[in-house]
Design a protein around this ligand. Structure first.
Ligand code: HEM
Ligand code: FES
Length: 363
């Protein structure tokens, strides 16, 4: 969370995450090196390292891309998401080391500028195996650089959430470029189908997880909101006439938690706490985390992804922080929660609906 920008300090979880990340990469590089030396003793050290860094970066990119949908499918994966940006920067550094070794080994020895050489060293000749694959790697690296350079919350605060998010969605474009880079590059020289199989498996995993998670989210959005048939001029009918929608039963919402419903195409998180019901947009201002999957901690809605907080009645972060999400007007009637499907401007106070307080409220 930021006033303008406030740095988040190191904590035990971050250290653990980074130790596992660096340890995992080190083990992979050591194994790759040992296996290459054993199976292909004629391969030079530079080429072995170039391949080790390239494949480590590509593999880590697969892990990074799978974390998002996995978290949507099962909240037990959330700890992986917490510092995903450190994994992203590590992946960029590995990709950069690979590229530096490639340029030093293949492009720096001639009389053509090494960077130009990336583009002109293998001219298009019409055959699949002769396809110039290195520019794909170059452009992917440029995207990964932009993402790594702006990954800090400082840039998130200064670029604004939507711009930052759009920039970081380019990771999918970088992934597509790298699939082409490897398909038209390394795979063309391979006679064994194993390598192509591994890459197809990785692609299927990334695509499959995104499709399943997307399908599940869509199915949730289209869950029918139970329709009550109001009597003529009943309070329910009056509420419906004012634009309120019967969203769920009070009893459906666990204490200090939320139920997410989709109203007029927008996801709304309806929270129950201390005998009150408040509704806010489900989209966190930080990185679009699902607020309705978080809980109320010390009176504030707390995003499950990185812990940004919002007051349930106003949708505003507690001072001195400045983030705000839209609120929704709420009424509680006969044990059911009615929510106005038109959002209030971010940070607008909405009177909470009242319900019976839980016998023992837990945070
Ligand atoms: C300027 C950017 C890049 C250039 C010029 C480049 C060039 C190359 C070359 C020449 C090869 C074949 C190496 C060989 O086996 O002889 C290769 C392979 C590969 N590259 Fe890149 N690459 C670049 C960026 C990247 C990036 C950013 C990644 C991943 C994040 C990547 C991943 C791979 C992988 C997985 C392979 C196959 C394994 C290997 O043979 O090293 N490349 N690249
Ligand atoms: S998305 Fe990061 S705190 Fe909500």
């Amino acid at each position: 969370m930021s006033v303008a920008y406030v740095s988040v300090q190191w904590n035990r979880q971050k250290r653990l995450y980074d130790s596992v990340l660096v340890g995992g990469v080190a083990v992979y590089l050591a194994l790759f090196g040992a296996l290459t030396k054993w199976r292909f003793p004629f391969v030079t050290d530079e080429i072995m390292l170039m391949r080790a860094f390239g494949t480590a970066a590509f593999l880590l990119l697969h892990v990074i891309l799978c974390i998002g949908p996995l978290c949507r499918l099962n909240s037990r994966f959330l700890p992986l998401l917490y510092n995903r940006r450190h994994a992203g920067v590590t992946m960029f550094v590995l990709g950069l080391l690979h590229a530096v070794l490639v340029v030093a080994t293949y492009h720096a020895g001639g009389n053509v500028n090494p960077f130009l050489s990336i583009f002109v060293s293998s001219p298009v000749n019409g055959s699949v195996s002769g396809m110039p694959f290195q520019p794909f790697g170059f452009f992917a690296l440029v995207i990964l650089f932009l993402m790594a350079a702006t990954s800090h919350d400082f840039w998130l605060a200064n670029l604004s959430a939507p711009v930052w998010k759009s920039l970081h969605m380019l990771v999918y474009f970088a992934y597509a470029l790298l699939v082409l880079h490897v398909t038209f590059g390394a795979l063309q020289g391979e006679t064994s189908p194993v390598y192509a199989g591994i890459m197809a498996l990785g692609l299927a995993l990334v695509l499959g997880l995104h499709l399943v998670a997307g399908y599940r989210e869509r199915a949730k959005d289209h869950e029918p909101v139970p329709a009550t048939v109001p009597r003529q001029d009943s309070p329910q009918e009056i509420l419906a006439g004012e634009g309120f929608v019967d969203a769920c039963a009070v009893a459906d919402i666990p204490e200090n938690r939320a139920r997410i419903v989709c109203l007029s195409g927008e996801r709304v998180a309806i929270f129950k706490y201390e005998g009150k019901i408040s509704a806010v947009s489900n989209v966190c201002q930080h990185q679009n985390g699902p607020l309705g999957e978080g809980k109320i901690v010390f009176g504030c809605i707390t995003c499950p992804w990185h812990g940004y907080q919002y007051q349930p009645e106003t949708g505003a972060s507690p001072p001195p922080f400045v983030e705000k999400v839209p609120t929704f007007n709420v009424r509680v009637l006969a044990g059911r929660v009615w929510v106005d499907s038109r959002p209030n401007p971010p940070g607008t106070r909405a009177e909470p609906g009242l319900c019976a307080p839980a016998p023992e409220a837990k945070t």
